[in-house]
Design a protein around this ligand. Sequence first.
Ligand SMILES: Cc1cc2nc3c(=O)[nH]c(=O)nc-3n(C[C@H](O)[C@H](O)[C@H](O)COP(=O)(O)OP(=O)(O)OC[C@H]3O[C@@H](n4cnc5c(N)ncnc54)[C@H](O)[C@@H]3O)c2cc1C
Ligand code: FES
Length: 347
Amino acid sequence: MRLTLIPQNRVFELDAGQPLLDTALAAHVNLPHSCKGGNCGSCRARLVSGTVDYPRGIPLGLTSEERADGFVLLCQAVARTDVVVEAREIRRVTDVEIKSLPCRVARLEQLAPDVMAVYLRLPAIEDFQFRAGQYLDVMLPGGRRRSFSIASPPHDAGLIELHVRRVSGGEFTEQVFSGMAEGALLRIEGPLGQFVCREPGPERPPGPVILVAGGTGFSPVKSILRALLEGGEKRAIHLYWGARHEVDLYQRDWLAARIERFGNLSFVPVLSSPAGDEATRYRTGFVHEALFEDFADLGDAEVYAAGPPALIAALRAGLPARGLPAERLYFDSFAYAPDATPGPVQS
Ligand SMILES: Cc1cc2nc3c(=O)[nH]c(=O)nc-3n(C[C@H](O)[C@H](O)[C@H](O)COP(=O)(O)OP(=O)(O)OC[C@H]3O[C@@H](n4cnc5c(N)ncnc54)[C@H](O)[C@@H]3O)c2cc1C
Ligand code: FES
């Protein structure tokens, strides 16, 4: 069976059972993707001809309207016939090697009632290169994995910093809060993802850099923020961070020190469920609404956003009306994939 990508007219032989995205990536054709779990919608493409299956069930990231309109999610779709797919190839943003490495938990620090900083020490002989904004997978028994963004920037040769939010009943995150001790051994795989800070260059727009974080979406945003500030970025940087309560906006002293030191950084915290007098001291509502109120025209901006799928969806829906070209919205959706889902379904 064959996969033909248009408009490039590139043709690939398909391995039985292999998702279309994996075939393209294995051939070094960089199609848009993020979660690879069928949740974020980043790998959506139009099926021009042929038939695909979803062996793990219809993915959550594909609406019934999109299916009816002929869209498929390439990370989950498996061909049943020769297929022709219309998909946009993107310039390769990461040439770094993906490694599977053992590491030790060097330090744990509770940042908020349900957020723990986990600092990882990698083997001294291993060179772990990544780009600001990328994530890694913590490997669980049976090849299952859990994704966490890297909060530290690539130029910091110290520990790898993660911000782990506790998920009620979550296999890994509950363990971080109750069973994990400093010195614990983990296996990680990474770096992963295309949510990366763009390198300086002529194609960078002159306008502001907008960073939008929802909850622990602050983690990759912090990595990008550090890469920009410590790399001498001169453009204005506006950080919007949404959380439920004041206490969820952690590492505020760190942030305050950066705002004092770097004159081009501003910070807008936004609370969605303010309690007590929080409503008198903070912007309230959803973080994307605050951004939309503040900027009518983002035509010369770059936007980096990370956090829950609903936040990313709201930004993708609202930013084009503010003039932001789609290719200048870089995002990471913290969509989570179930370990297994039932039954093949055809499209
Ligand atoms: C690219 C990417 C980057 C991410 N980066 C971060 C990060 O930096 N920090 C962070 O805290 N999280 C991040 N996440 C989300 C994180 O991967 C999940 O919260 C985590 O895998 C949960 O693992 P668990 O074993 O504790 O829960 P599981 O045992 O997998 O899940 C237990 C139950 O909770 C549900 N569930 C799982 N995750 C979530 C969630 N996030 N919200 C609500 N319900 C959930 C499951 O469907 C299941 O019903 C990221 C996700 C992606 C895709
Ligand atoms: S990469 Fe396919 S849905 Fe996220």
